[in-house]
Ligand binder design. Structure first.
Ligand code: GDP
Length: 191
């Protein structure tokens, strides 16, 4: 899999703004600051693909990227403590609505900081994914921050915690696990 030709398609702040289903779609989810933008940019070999589309005030939008035969949906991050309840509710409605109705959605890449995986946000995503029968790949990023032993333990724990999900270690800064991640994304796609 080579995602170099991925280009920004559009930013959907509401369910009504979603593009119609097209190529098979992979959704990227993760807590704010988990390293989701960095992972998308690294996977696509582009410096600012995920970041450039993050226009201020649009952080609650789903950003779509497309290369003609595959689509990435960058789901809004979550986790900053001081988000007003109304915004949290809107965020939940957008994400759950998206997961519930997206026919082209082939799977979810859940990006987690390898030092603190499977927090509340992550559990919520896994719960919703289970409800809608979606497959997961768990991407444990910032793996460069862990020792080899810690990496192995985190990997094992994540594998045990989420039935049926694939798991891999990743580092955007060190370029670690990039090919594994690409292969795992490929495995989520229909034959
Ligand atoms: P997002 O909010 O999930 O999109 O997170 P970003 O990709 O913007 O990354 C959040 C912070 O973590 C930034 O300061 C990044 O430089 C840093 N970061 C992202 N990926 C890695 C990684 O693999 N290793 C390390 N050490 N830092 C990373």
């Amino acid at each position: 899999q080579d995602f170099k030709t991925m280009r920004f398609l559009l930013s959907a702040p509401h369910l009504s703004a979603l593009p119609s289903d097209g190529a098979p779609e992979i959704a990227f989810a993760g807590r704010s600051n988990a390293g989701k933008s960095s992972a998308i940019n690294t996977l696509c070999q582009q410096k600012a693909l995920a970041r450039t589309s993050k226009t201020p005030g649009r952080t609650q939008a789903i950003n779509f990227f497309d290369n003609g035969y595959l689509r990435f949906a960058d789901l809004p991050g979550y986790g900053f403590a001081r988000v007003p309840p109304k915004v949290k509710a809107q965020w939940g409605a957008l994400i759950e609505g998206y997961l519930a109705k997206r026919d082209a959605l082939a799977g979810i890449v859940l990006i987690m900081d390898a030092r603190r995986p499977l927090l509340d946000f992550d559990q919520q995503m896994i719960h919703w994914g289970g409800e809608y029968g979606l497959s997961f790949h768990l991407l444990l990023t910032k793996a460069d921050k862990l020792s080899r032993n810690q990496q192995v333990n985190t990997l094992r724990e994540a594998e045990k915690a989420v039935e049926g999900a694939s798991v891999s270690l990743f580092s955007a800064t060190k370029g670690l696990g990039v090919d594994d991640a690409r292969a795992a994304i490929g495995a989520l796609l229909p034959d």
